[in-house]
Design a protein around this ligand. Sequence first.
Ligand SMILES: *Cc1c(COP(=O)(O)O)cnc(C)c1O
Length: 428
Amino acid sequence: MNKELLEMYKNLGITQKTAEFGEEIAAKLKERFAKIDEVAEYNQMKVLMALQKNQVSEACLHGTTGYGYNDLGREKLEAVYADIFHTEDALVRPQITCGTHALALALMSNLRPGQELLSPVGKPYDTLEEVIGIRPSKGSLAEYGITYAQVDLLPDGGFDWEGIRAAINERTHLVTIQRSKGYQTRHTLSVTEIGELVSFIKSVKPDVICMVDNCYGEFVETIEPTDVGADMVVGSLIKNPGGGLAPIGGYIAGKKECVENAAYRLTSPGLGKEVGASLGILGTFFQGLFLSPTVTASALKTAIFAANIYEQLGFSVLPNSTESRHDIIQAITFGKAEAVEGFCRGIQAAAPVDSYVTPIPWDMPGYDAPVIMAAGNFVSGSSIELSADGPIKPPYAVYFQGGLTWPHGKLGILKSLQSLVDIGVVLW
Ligand SMILES: *Cc1c(COP(=O)(O)O)cnc(C)c1O
């Protein structure tokens, strides 16, 4: 390893042994990283062409105030998203406060009382339980008389085709498909798998709306769920498509009617997409989107690097060191609390912001065990930036994601490893 770089790592608290172990692992990943770069290259062109086709101009980077009528930048941005996802329309707004809000908006605006929502891929993301009313909550779909049905994945992770066919009835109006495993142990769905599922559902009931929760999946592959038949994709701008620059926001891209329904719900019946001042935020949305393919690639490399490091050291990792990736989340099971805490301290110590603080577990509302979180972010809570969290309960697993640049992601993982070496969890 280059001496200058070793010295730099040493100054950052990483011993020669840790640095060299990391180097050995990284060297074996060259071919895989080259494939990730190819996907990023393709997606970079896709984004660039959409920006050029829509003639995004300097004027588009400045926003409107007040009602936000005739917001040229906002309209172009939405056209750019529609082109990237190959959809009829899109809604991309800072007024959509987070991913959960975007998903709730898509659901509440496209379902009516008496209709049923179906998840054919098991339990949805935690926060959606309250949106749907699986856990009773004010304003849930359940309160509005919208029912929910769920078909779990089979024990081998496959779709329960017969179960799904049986669950679809005359009231089934919208099907929600979560692409990423989120914080569950199932595998993340590939876009191809999502395509098979959508085709099957449409063969049973052609007019049902297929929505995909696309969080953490954007730009991981060269195609998106809307390229394989999904009617609507939904996600957060403080994850992949914001490229680390968007300070807030969410998007819904899909069929004109679905997007229109969402717009009338977000603002007001009669107003829809016509209002919603973008203030001064559009520059970050455009530039973040432009950076997103390579930022997502960096996060993917960081996740694969971590899987290879920790698998080599004997820990159970999900996905494993070699399997194909369809989102940017990595889980590592340590089996003991001090290891989860040590890992998170290492990630925090590598951060560009708040690197000097020590994360400790706390009783977060809504969780049944203390949770430790590491996030030294430019954008609060952003999980496209290097971040980790773990509930302090068996099996003592940590989930991490992000990394705006590969060199920084690599440093973060090396810091986590060094932290585990220092407390004697990893013995050389
Ligand atoms: C992050 C995430 C959400 C919710 O997003 P928030 O921005 O945290 O509200 C929903 N679904 C999946 C799969 C996610 O990863």
